[in-house]
Ligand binder design. Sequence first.
Ligand SMILES: CC(C)(COP(=O)(O)OP(=O)(O)OC[C@H]1O[C@@H](n2cnc3c(N)ncnc32)[C@H](O)[C@@H]1OP(=O)(O)O)[C@@H](O)C(=O)NCCC(=O)NCCS
Length: 179
Amino acid sequence: MFVLRPEIPADVPAIEALLDRVFGVRRQHKTSYRYRVGIEPVRALCLVAEEAGTLVGTIRYWPVRVGAVPALLLGPVAAAPSHAGNGIGRALVGTTLERAAALGHRLVLLVGDPAYYARFGFAPAPPEIEMPGEDPARLQYRLLDGGPLPTGLLRRAEAAGGGDCGAVPFALDAGAGGA
Ligand SMILES: CC(C)(COP(=O)(O)OP(=O)(O)OC[C@H]1O[C@@H](n2cnc3c(N)ncnc32)[C@H](O)[C@@H]1OP(=O)(O)O)[C@@H](O)C(=O)NCCC(=O)NCCS
């Protein structure tokens, strides 16, 4: 049985090791890292999954802009291969999307496998949302508020923590986690 909890600084070595294992040590060359390096993640939405004291999953979000409109870039998300198929990915993504909506975020983008993310309500981004250097077929979006979809160039956030509209402290419901 795993539990979800907010990421803390002491988790970073285990998170980096897990990400190296599932995405490879050259992962920082991916286009999506251009939107992460040097930018503070949205702390209220960065969670880990832990089982018996071992870190078995991670999810992080970064602030970005689509044109001038603030949005979130989901990822990376990963579950330990030894724990694949246990619902860790589902719990991490589902819990944080709910939290993002509650915090007032409107739009989430990610680069990933459409076959996995469709279950969370993501759909392929239209060509009017441009992420230079990325395979357009892997760019996906989910609107959290049903409003109009902003379009334009996907841009790095300008200031650390610029996308974190959560003054509300993170709190997980009791029992959040999974099988
Ligand atoms: C993708 C990932 C986070 C899923 O985590 P998980 O805890 O194993 O997933 P869950 O237990 O919540 O869900 C399992 C389901 O997802 C499906 N799934 C897993 N990876 C998938 C993929 N790339 N494409 C389509 N479906 C996928 C499984 O087949 C399973 O389907 P089912 O529910 O119909 O049986 C994990 O496999 C992982 O870390 N992969 C490597 C990194 C990665 O690809 N991250 C996502 C960025 S694209």
